[in-house]
Write a new protein. Structure first.
Length: 114
């Protein structure tokens, strides 16, 4: 974990500890990697929900391991159990959901928002 992932650097706090926004981004990225391995190339997923408890401070220089386990598939939603650990043990756990669709459909929906 580097200075660029701290609460002070990201503006989510005043301390030089792992920022929750950085933790969320890592959790989403790990879930995305899992999805990329199973979705057809013309499909993609988008994170649409995260609920987590960030229960321990992590200082700069620590190693953080992120785990994501696909626990359920509902219609077009993938539900992951996510967790994070440092050298001392668990620092966060929660749920992350991703919806998935054809890339062309997502692009069309995004175009309507502009």
């Amino acid at each position: 974990m580097s200075e660029e992932q701290t609460a002070r650097y990201l503006g989510s706090g005043k301390s030089d500890v792992l920022a929750t926004p950085a933790l969320v981004a890592w959790m989403e990225a790990v879930a995305q990697e899992i999805v990329d391995d199973v979705l057809p190339t013309d499909w993609q997923s988008v994170g649409n929900y995260i609920e987590l408890r960030h229960s321990a401070m992590v200082p700069v220089g620590s190693t953080v391991e992120i785990q994501a386990v696909l626990s359920r598939v509902d219609e077009k939603e993938l539900i992951f159990a996510v967790s994070a650990f440092d050298e001392s043990g668990i620092i966060s756990e929660g749920i992350h959901k991703r919806t998935f669709s054809r890339t062309a459909v997502l692009k069309r929906l995004l175009k309507r928002k502009k």
